[in-house]
Design a protein around this ligand. Structure first.
Ligand code: ZN
Length: 510
């Protein structure tokens, strides 16, 4: 390439990066409005806020899907091929190309119709929950299913519509592959949950089910979050919200929220560790990726791997409680003063087949996801009508967890996800659970003695390992590319199942 040509390519790349930077500015401004809405805004602000967010989203979408971006991507295709696959510039072009293709394949009318249908479905879902009657939600959900199918058609897929929707949040994954993953999980987890159920008297979580002052819970949660290395001071914030979440505007400004239950220590402590886990990912993404499409995690599932890592692998480990029990006792001497590490470790790991996904334990959680995934697949295949979802839902709960929901509120109506889109979101929770153990085991093998450090309250070895091996790449790799690079194999349930089996066999003396 001649010098002039090289300069022309560089100019085009800079031009593209400028557009992408402005798109991200608009998206991050939208995110700030969302944070404010969830944590501060009085109800009266809702209508104006909806207008503001709609305008910003439209501007970002128009900017990103403009013909200019398509022309620049075309003009830079040869340049991209000539660069090393994992270079920053090739990765920016590759990820932009993928997102541009998704964004431009969806007809504008379909996008508008989806958001209108989602708003209506949300209200019907709230009404149906109030009445504990799925019937109220059926026609809205049928509309969401139809539109989700149209969305899948527009995006294109190889084998089944669900593939296209899964690929949006987990690039490279398809329904058949996830079906195999769930089959392997089912084979071990269903009998394990049953065996634990027969010995449920061996573990009690009464220690965590006492009255715990709300302010003190928050203070203790912050102590835990600081200990694992989430920067809560000059690069992070924490607030209360109805539904806990995490959000980041730059790696240097990352926020997490929590909710507190005065009668139960679990939700605030483990919920904060969970959100702080997401937060460490966002704080760990290199600042040079800011204002590019790499300023993100590898996928929703990989993001979830980081939250589950700190919530479960670390936060529910014996080593963690060796360090943290004295800290917790200082906050709650009356409630925890006489507790031993073994007692608190058992209480943190109680397993109980339950109806509600967000309250599920490590052993049964993936069964909740599997049920949703199987139902979505059956509906898309035309083997199950939307109106028959409650009966199918309840039958699967009985088969996998041995319990039947007494009503739709604690059954098929519990999640908000299907008001937005049918298919393509739940699988990420399981990918996260499974990947968290694969990654953590790799870290433990690379850095011997890490658990002894945890027992002393030092989590820097694990955090640094995740920063170097996972966070440092931002959205450069697809989830399986990243897992292969870091752990030596693509997503496999083996490490997860070994870990869960060994851990709970010991706790429940199976
Ligand atoms: Zn999460």
């Amino acid at each position: 390439m001649g010098q002039e040509e090289e300069e022309a390519v560089r100019g085009k790349l800079e031009q593209l990066k400028q557009v992408l930077a402005e798109v991200e500015d608009l998206e991050m401004a939208t995110a700030v409005l969302y944070w404010d809405q969830q944590t501060q805004m009085p109800r009266g602000g809702a209508a104006a806020r909806a207008d503001q967010v709609t305008t910003l989203r439209r501007l970002a979408h128009e900017k990103f899907t403009s013909p200019e971006v398509g022309e620049l991507l075309d003009a830079l295709a040869d340049h991209e091929r000539a660069l090393p696959y994992d270079s920053d510039d090739a990765s920016i072009l590759r990820v932009t190309r993928r997102e541009y293709s998704h964004a431009t394949k969806l007809p504008r009318d379909l996008v508008v119709e989806m958001s209108r249908a989602a708003a209506e479905a949300y209200h019907k879902w709230v009404d149906a929950r109030q009445a504990k009657d799925f019937g109220i939600f059926v026609s809205s959900l049928e509309r969401i299913v139809t539109l989700s199918r149209e969305k899948a058609q527009a995006l294109g897929y190889e084998n089944e519509p669900l593939d296209a929707l899964i690929d949006l949040s987990e690039p490279g994954f398809g329904a058949a592959e996830l079906d195999r993953l769930f089959a392997e999980l089912r084979e071990t987890l269903v009998p394990l949950a049953k065996a634990i159920g027969e010995r449920s008297d061996r573990v009690s979580d009464a220690l965590f089910r006492q009255r715990f002052d709300v302010e003190k819970q928050l203070e203790m949660g912050r102590a835990a979050v600081r200990a694992i290395g989430f920067n809560l001071d000059d690069r992070g914030r924490q607030a209360l919200s109805v539904h806990p979440f995490s959000i980041s505007f730059t790696p240097d400004d990352t926020r997490i929220t929590t909710r507190v239950n005065e009668q139960w220590l679990g939700p605030s402590l483990f919920g904060l560790l969970h959100e702080a886990g997401h937060g460490t990912y966002m704080q760990g993404i290199p600042v040079r990726y800011r204002r590019t499409p790499l300023h993100n995690g590898a996928s929703s599932g990989l993001h979830e791997s980081q939250s589950r890592l700190w919530e479960n692998y670390v936060g529910r480990s014996r080593a963690f409680w060796r360090f943290f029990l004295p800290v917790a006792k200082a906050f709650f001497p009356g409630q925890l003063g006489r507790a031993t590490v073994d007692e608190v470790y058992a209480a943190a790991n109680i397993v109980k087949p339950s109806l509600i996904r967000v309250e599920a334990d490590e052993v049964t959680y993936n069964l909740h996801i599997m049920i949703r995934f199987e139902l979505e697949r059956e509906v898309f295949a035309g083997r199950l009508a939307v109106a028959d979802l409650p009966a199918a839902w309840n039958a699967k709960f009985q088969a996998y967890l041995g319990i039947t929901p007494p009503d739709d509120l604690v059954g098929v109506l519990q999640d908000i996800h299907w008001t937005q889109s049918f298919g393509g979101s739940f699988q990420s929770y399981t990918i996260g659970n499974v990947a968290s153990v694969a990654l953590c085991r790799r870290a433990l093998a690379d850095h011997l003695g890490m658990e002894d450090e945890w027992a002393k309250g030092d989590f820097s070895g694990l955090l640094t390992w995740m920063q170097d091996n996972v966070h440092a790449h931002g959205a450069k790799y697809k989830p399986n590319e990243l897992l292969l690079k870091v752990t030596g194999e693509e997503l496999t349930p083996r490490p997860y199942l070994e870990h869960i089996k060994a851990k709970y066999t010991e706790i429940y003396r199976l």
